[in-house]
Design a protein around this ligand. Structure first.
Ligand code: ADP
Ligand code: MG
Length: 628
């Protein structure tokens, strides 16, 4: 009784394009992404973008790239036609943004498209129009060297798609986000964005070509905000044929939203899970629960070690050795953050931690570069543009020299090249004054804060937060050295568990022992705790055990076991740290200050809150309107 089979037929060309378009063309922003990448691949240095009605009515990109020859104009619109690869070997080391030869035909199939282009060896440009799958022959059309692709009436012939478009304003936001992302991938290219119909065209965004550190800083501030630029830490590290550079926010500047996270791989912006997770892990010890770091990171890696052909929009990639890349990113971030020792950046932190009203008529003390460069010291910042690490060779921009498809320099073997050195400037200054960076304790305020006299001002320390951090780091070091002090229990604690949990506990007995928790299986559903970390004595060991088991149940062995261990240590440290309202002697306070100076990451407590802050004498003078 079943109906006869439907006839099998080859789909018309135009319909094939439209189906394929579904993969790359979702909305105006994705059209612009493809057009801009084509312009970058063509070597453009200046790109003008016109958007009407959020891009739905028109997206036009005009570049000064090398153009398309007359006899290839129609071919550029044909499916699987590309100038970027010719063989499967080329695909293995592709360094251009495009290579599938799909964008132009896909966009042409769902819009009214016009391509005008001129190459340097021709006196005149040529135009080709595509309308519902039919291409015109190239005809002469005046145009400077370069290419303009004009996309009008997106999805006019695909009503189903059109329905998914949002309000003009929303589409415009997507468009601007997209342009910002691309602008941060190529500082050496200028981008101008205009919106509105021809008669009412107005400039929306302008990213001038940025060829030096100051200009690059300005562009970063345009997108990421001035606050990021003022507080971010610089990263630059090479290992084997991998290089990671860029900026990451201090944990204390983490955000409620994950919106300011930019990760570029070989000039391509990604939202790759491996990489995002690596960054998150780098922050694992220092982030306040639920907060998100802001970062702008550039990873360069030998193109043959990564497959960018894993995702049509190329947002995710496949690494030949994902673990290696993950660990490199994670360790680098962790290390840079660990260098934020207390006192190391005392001079630079003052302006961000204290919002004292500026004195009348006072000039900002630092130029854009100085303030963008928090670790180079208030005095050193302006004179040390070399610290910027932009490109190789003076004045080169990120995009021109380091990214955008340039090959890695072969044979770069640098175990650990750390250009960020937050300690240097401030410590030399402090050494001159022979006062330790965090100064000498004066008193305790309301059982919560330590007041300390520093070389040129007052330091306030959150006693509990600081103690928690130093305890945690000490325990971690002890753990690594295998010297974490533990305490055998006179009376072991018996714990009843489900069979599955008891099995799990037994199986991971070694892991538990690592954190000083020695257990023994007694029966199918019972174990007992024989030994606990010294600091844990007053804390509930059963609770700790349950926490570990919950972690293991949820993440299994797949999770880095040290991540779990560190979490547990964090809990122990928090419980072991001095509580507020405990009176400390001056000697105890000084001991804590000295320990903070010697402890990595002691600028934040384990939850990413600051542990200390600084008020300079000049801040105090200003507060009291006292001219010095
Ligand atoms: P792909 O970028 O994957 O090669 P596209 O469909 O995006 O595929 O583009 C097809 C071809 O058209 C490109 O390979 C390139 O040769 C040419 N092309 C497209 N846009 C431009 C441009 N703005 N300037 C110069 N050539 C371009
Ligand atoms: Mg392309």
């Amino acid at each position: 009784m079943s109906s006869p089979p439907a006839q099998i037929r080859v789909l018309p060309e135009q319909l094939i394009h439209q189906i394929a378009a579904g993969e790359v063309v979702e909305r105006p922003a994705s059209v612009l992404k493809e057009l801009l990448e084509n312009s970058l691949d063509a070597g453009a240095t200046a790109i003008a973008i016109d958007v009407e009605a959020g891009g739905v009515k028109r997206c036009r990109v005009a570049d000064d790239g090398h153009g398309i020859r007359r006899d290839e104009l129609t071919l550029a619109l044909a499916r699987h036609a590309t100038s970027k690869i010719a063989s499967i070997d080329d695909l293995e080391r592709v360094a251009t943004m495009g290579f599938r030869g799909e964008a132009l035909p896909s966009i042409a199939s769902v819009s009214r498209m016009k391509v005008i282009s001129r190459t340097a060896d021709s006196d005149v440009g040529y135009v080709v129009t595509a309308d519902n799958g039919a291409f015109s022959d190239p005809s002469p059309n005046p145009h400077p060297v370069g290419t303009t692709v004009d996309v009008a009436d997106l999805f006019f012939n695909v009503p189903a798609r059109r329905k998914f478009l949002r309000a003009e304003k929303t589409e415009m936001q997507h468009v601007l986000r997209m342009i910002e992302r691309i602008a941060l991938s190529r500082f050496d290219v200028g981008f101008k964005v205009f919106s509105g119909a021809p008669g009412a065209r107005r400039s929306v965004v302008d990213f001038p070509r940025a060829l030096d550190a100051v200009a690059c800083t300005e562009r970063v501030a345009q997108v990421m905000g001035a606050e990021f630029v003022e507080t971010a830490l610089h990263i630059e590290r090479e290992l084997g044929n991998m290089k990671l550079s860029g900026w990451i926010c201090l944990p204390t500047a983490a955000r409620a939203m994950s919106d300011l996270q930019y990760f570029y791989l070989n000039g391509r912006m990604l939202r790759d899970r491996t990489l995002m997770n690596a960054v998150r892990m780098g922050y694992r010890d220092v982030l306040f629960g639920g907060r998100h770091p802001a970062y702008l990171l550039y990873l360069e890696i030998d193109p043959s070690a990564v497959d960018v052909n894993a995702h049509p929009a190329k947002l995710e990639v496949r690494f030949r050795d994902g673990r290696l890349v993950h660990d490199f990113v994670f360790r680098t971030i962790e290390r840079v953050l660990s260098e934020t020792r207390a006192g190391a950046t005392v001079n630079d932190q003052a302006p961000t931690h204290f919002d004292l009203p500026p004195a009348q008529g006072s000039q900002p003390q630092q130029g854009a570069l100085g303030s963008f460069w928090p670790m180079s010291g208030a005095t050193g910042g302006l004179q040390q543009p070399a610290h910027f690490g932009y490109g190789r060779g003076g004045g080169a921009s990120l995009g021109a020299s380091g990214f955008g498809g340039s090959r890695m320099e072969a044979g770069v073997r640098d175990a650990a090249l750390w250009t960020s050195n937050p300690a240097s400037a401030a410590t030399t200054q402090a050494a001159r004054a022979s006062t330790p960076p965090l100064g000498f304790a004066l008193a305790q305020l309301h059982g919560v804060y330590i007041l300390s006299q520093a070389a040129d001002g007052l330091i306030l320390v959150d006693m509990h937060a600081a103690h928690e951090r130093t305890t945690y780091e000490r325990m971690k070091a002890q753990l690594q050295a295998g010297t974490l002090p533990t305490q055998p229990l006179l009376v072991p604690i018996a714990v009843t568990l489900s069979v599955a949990d008891a099995e799990l506990a037994e199986e991971h007995g070694d892991t538990f022992a690592q954190v000083g928790l020695r257990i023994e299986r007694l029966g199918p559903t019972s174990i007992r705790i024989l030994e606990v970390p010294v600091l844990l004595q007053k804390f509930d060991a059963t609770q700790l055990l349950q926490q570990l088991l919950a972690e293991l149940r949820e993440h299994g062995a797949s999770r880095h076991i040290d991540e779990t261990v560190n979490e547990v240590l964090g809990t122990i440290a928090c419980h072991g740290a001095v509580r507020a309202n405990r009176t400390l002697s001056v000697a105890e306070m000084n001991a804590l200050l000295r320990e903070m100076e010697a402890t990595v990451r002691s600028d934040q407590c384990n939850h990413g809150r600051p542990t200390w802050t600084y008020v300079g004498m000049s801040d105090l003078d200003r507060l009291f309107m006292r001219g010095r």
